[in-house]
Design a binder for this molecule. Structure first.
Ligand code: NAD
Length: 379
């Protein structure tokens, strides 16, 4: 538990049905004269989708823009270089990201190389950025990574297959938009994997060595929301109440891990994402019960509290028995939303384990894990 801490998040966060309409006016307030819209081809092509609605609001406010639509899942170094070129060719002065974690991280990465030097791989680590990024707003479309709120920028070096993180307060967008209406058409599989990422981002900060009283409260509130809404959002995507609760959970998780950090689930998921280009939420979801079962002995009373937040009846149980129920509930959540149980499902190969374990221990998320592991244990 940290007694002294700085609490970081964007200065303005729009939440709720229809808030996307405010983006044009907000761009004007920030003196954005030509933002670069950073997104992917699928979202750009969606009729009346998140990109179309963003552009409509900018048009209405009389703000012009350029578009980079080449974001790939697990965004690559080549994506941010291409986006930087579009920014420079069009004399842009700001960035608006539209999408999930990949679009936001690609936009942050583009901003980083515009003002902090061309080689982002050299900037991996904590507080490595000397210069501010161009003004940045983030329109979020998955619930989700919460990258629209965070100081993290996760990029994959396609040459080394290494996924790395640039963690800096300078990466935090000035304004975030979370409009649950934009998430009504997210398919069930994507709802499940991104929702499980949110679930993990509420559990890891709760057992992190860097947690504080504020993040503890956020984690418990967010876990309860996931329990109420994730299964329903997967089964009935058009249930706006479930979507809204998942956005609330996502924002709580983002605030929590932005300030209390994460653990081995994320440190190891980054290796799987980099090595096999696998969806981040699926990697996190498969690893969650396995890693937390390992962590349990380091903080059994924390896991007993988690069990209660997950709706388990812990009355009359010992701390250890209650803690075991938390691990069972995590596995049940994954099973209920069709997450595979083994990393074989994403093509993981035993011959890669040693290198991935070595790199996971160096990942920025590893340092706040409650139990310190060896390479052999991670393998
Ligand atoms: P994503 O951004 O990669 O999107 C996955 C797919 O979903 C894309 O094909 C996209 O077109 C589609 N999609 C997005 N919104 C949609 C919508 N509303 N309707 C239909 N389809 C939609 O997925 P993600 O899980 O949001 O982001 C994953 C990335 O974020 C990973 O690279 C991960 O490492 C990173 N991440 C970043 C942070 C951070 O704080 N920066 C935290 C966790 C994860």
């Amino acid at each position: 538990m940290k007694e002294n801490f700085d609490f970081l998040m964007p200065s303005v966060n729009f939440f709720g049905k229809g808030v996307i309409e405010k983006i044009g006016d907000r761009a004007k307030m920030l003196n954005m004269t030509k933002p670069l819209i950073v997104t992917d081809k699928f979202l750009r092509g969606m009729a009346n989708g998140p990109v179309a609605q963003t552009l409509a609001s900018l048009d209405q406010a009389g703000v012009s823009y350029a578009i980079y639509d080449g974001v790939e899942p697990n965004p690559k170094v080549r994506n941010i270089k291409a986006a930087k070129q579009v920014y420079l060719d069009n004399d842009c002065d700001s960035i608006i990201t539209v999408g999930g974690g990949s679009a936001h991280d690609c936009g942050k990465g583009t901003g980083i190389i515009l003002t902090n030097g061309d080689d982002i791989t050299k900037l991996a680590g904590i507080e490595t950025l000397e210069n501010p990024l161009p003004p940045l707003m983030a329109v979020n479309t998955t619930a989700g990574t919460a990258s629209e709120l965070t100081r993290h920028c996760v990029i994959t070096n396609e040459e080394t297959k290494l996924k790395f993180v640039v963690v800096s307060w300078r990466n935090i967008p000035l304004v975030s938009f979370n409009d649950p209406m934009l998430m009504l058409d997210v398919p069930a599989g994507l709802t499940a994997s991104t929702g499980m990422d949110t679930f993990v981002q509420l559990i890891e900060p709760y057992v992190s060595t860097n947690r504080n009283e504020i993040t503890d409260g956020q984690c418990i509130a967010g876990i309860k929301l996931c329990e109420e809404a994730l299964r329903e959002a997967v089964a009935n995507g058009h249930n706006i109440e479930a979507r809204t609760k998942m956005v609330e959970a996502e924002m709580l998780g983002g605030m929590a891990f932005n300030n209390a950090d994460l653990g081995y689930v994320h440190a190891m998921a980054h290796q799987l994402g980099g090595q096999y280009d696998a969806p981040h939420g699926v990697c996190c979801a498969i690893l969650l019960p396995v890693v937390e079962k390992y962590n349990l002995v380091a903080a059994p009373e924390r896991f007993a509290e988690l069990a209660k937040a997950m709706g388990e009846n812990t009355e009359g149980l010992s701390t250890r028995e209650a803690a075991d129920l938390a691990i069972k509930a995590m596995r049940q959540m994954g099973d209920d939303v069709n997450i595979p149980r083994s990393i074989k499902a994403i093509g993981a190969k035993p011959e890669d384990f040693e290198l991935m374990a070595e790199n996971a221990l160096k990942d920025g998320n590893a340092f706040s894990n409650p139990r310190k592991g060896t390479k052999e244990e991670l393998v």
